[in-house]
Design a protein around this ligand. Structure first.
Ligand code: SF4
Length: 157
């Protein structure tokens, strides 16, 4: 049962390798809490772990995996076109993911340049530092910072 603890839940066995269409990955998922309840843990030295001698021969060809999963029709390789993207306006959410919303360090009307810091998490809190992705003038909202390009004449805006 301890071996199930090594399962990284990649799902390769269930989606690709099992010739019987069984679901070994989920067996591991369900066995892990049981193993922990019984105090089963890895007791060895992690540094002593080495790859299986046949690991090189167990690689999965990506083309076979795509075919097996029935993803062939979605495997669109192009044509890819280089094209420049230069938006007039961007909206950057203060809350990007796990963690607290960032606190703006700019105010409405500030001129910013690409890379300038717009907002940062409170000291000691988990969050993201947000930077300007275009040059422009800032509007600070409750949930987001908007940057808008402004045409500048020879004498400025
Ligand atoms: S048991 Fe299945 S899901 Fe777990 S690591 Fe091995 S191939 Fe991946």
């Amino acid at each position: 049962m301890v071996a199930t603890l090594y399962c990284c839940e990649c799902n390769l066995c269930s989606l690709y390798a099992c010739p019987e269409d069984l679901d070994p990955k989920n067996v591991c998922v369900q066995a892990k809490p049981l193993a922990r309840e019984r105090g089963l843990t890895f007791k060895g030295d992690p540094a002593s772990i080495t790859p299986h001698p046949l690991a090189e021969f167990r690689r999965v060809p990506m083309r076979r995996l795509i075919a097996r999963l029935g993803l062939g029709e979605f495997n669109n390789v192009g044509p890819l076109v280089d094209h420049s993207f230069s938006p007039q306006k961007v909206k950057i959410l203060l809350k990007q993911h796990a963690g607290l919303p960032a606190v703006p360090v700019v105010k409405c009307g500030d001129q910013v340049h690409v890379g300038d810091l717009l907002a940062a998490p409170e000291q000691g809190k988990l969050g993201a530092r947000l930077h300007a992705s275009i040059d422009g003038v800032v509007t600070v909202g409750r949930d987001a910072i908007v940057i808008e390009r402004r045409e500048q004449g020879p004498l400025g805006p």
